[in-house]
Design a protein around this ligand. Structure first.
Ligand code: PLP
Length: 344
């Protein structure tokens, strides 16, 4: 269908597993909860950027590029997956990372180094402001560089998540879900899922949990997602138009800001680990799951509902946060959670 017009490089193992979290559902008082395991895409410990990179690097290869450049935080999952994809495709990779080089390389940064990419520390230019300069330098040195946008979130990247919703539909009829919940940060995941939902003509609620504060001086994040959904649809030749009523972006769980881990994230990570043996990450999925749990506690999602949690990956960052998260307070599930054993 529409997707086949776009060059793509296979970078992961799809479909990713879809499983029910029955002990978590019971611990939370009843709703059915499923999880889509995009932490298991397979590309150097996996994550949601793999789907975007299949189309972005498909484009890079068609254009004859031999080098990729992208940007992110020191613990960027996007950068780590881009470095792995570049290694797999035999391309040179340059990462522009915000902040200063830490004394110790942990988590994603450790993996970036193992994957052999070139790292440029960019201080307070945290969102790729230095990319054009490095792009020019690489061209002068005879390379053919390709810029992968921040978070992989342009219309080509979003295409990966249009496809992801079709993949989900092939595993389980999407109308069985009342809510689909996931972490939203650079917008490509949410924009792609919005387009996919429109194409399938379904009406479950698509709830992006906002992870980052809006940057001042730019368009509000919600508008950015809507614009990206519209650009993606237009690129695919789909006539649908998206507006505010298509967007649910919940900004109630940002807490102290990006990457600042609080009680919400710590409890969500512990609860899912101890009921299901599944690991979440501190920055994205821990916060998004904290949001889902709170929506259940508030009755926004109730017993008769069936929610899907989209695990977008990020677990390598756990190791880099070992000194910033206090799991001792959450070593056991709170007594008010049911701890019934799993039935067969
Ligand atoms: C990048 C990322 C997200 C957010 O996806 P966007 O498409 O950038 O909104 C969520 N979870 C993890 C683990 C990520 O690395």
């Amino acid at each position: 269908m529409y997707m086949s017009n776009f060059p793509k490089k296979s970078l992961g193992f799809f479909p990713t597993p879809l499983v029910e979290l029955s002990r978590l559902g019971r611990a939370l008082g009843g709703p059915k909860i499923f999880i889509k395991r995009d932490d298991m895409t397979g590309l150097a410990l996996g994550g949601n950027k793999t789907r975007k990179l299949e189309y972005l690097l498909g484009d890079a290869v068609i254009q004859g590029c031999d080098t990729v450049i992208t940007a992110g935080a020191a613990q960027s999952n996007h950068c780590r997956q881009t470095a792995a994809a570049a290694a797999y495709l035999g391309m040179e990779c340059h990462l522009v990372l915000g902040g200063e080089e830490p004394d110790q390389a942990q988590g994603n940064l450790l993996l970036d180094k193992i994957l052999g990419c070139h790292i440029h520390w960019s201080g307070n230019h945290r969102k790729g402001e230095d990319i054009p300069k490095i792009f020019e330098q690489l061209k002068v040195s005879g390379k053919k560089p390709y810029i992968v946008p921040y978070g992989g979130s342009n219309q080509l990247g979003a295409l990966g998540f249009v496809e992801a919703l079709k993949e989900l539909e092939s595993q389980m009829k999407v109308e069985q879900f009342s809510h689909v919940v996931f972490a939203s940060s650079s917008g490509g995941t949410q924009a792609g899922l919005m387009v996919g939902k429109k194409l399938l003509n379904k009406n479950f609620q698509l709830i992006g949990i906002n992870i980052d504060k809006d940057e001042t001086g730019e368009a509000p994040f919600g508008q950015h997602i809507i614009d990206l959904a519209n650009r993606t649809a237009r690129m695919m030749g789909v006539s649908d138009c998206f507006s505010e009523q298509d967007l649910i972006l919940n900004s109630n769980y940002i807490g102290e800001g990006y990457g600042v881990i609080g009680k919400l994230e710590t409890e969500a990570i512990s609860l899912v680990a101890q009921t299901e043996g599944i690991l979440l990450d501190p920055v994205y999925t821990g916060r998004a799951m904290g949001g889902l749990i709170d929506l259940i506690h508030m009755g926004v999602i109730d017993k008769k509902d069936t929610a899907l949690f989209w695990h977008t990956g990020g677990v390598p960052a756990l190791f880099a946060y070992s000194e910033k998260i206090d799991f001792s307070a959450n070593a056991r599930l709170p007594a008010n959670y049911s701890t019934a054993a799993r039935g067969n």
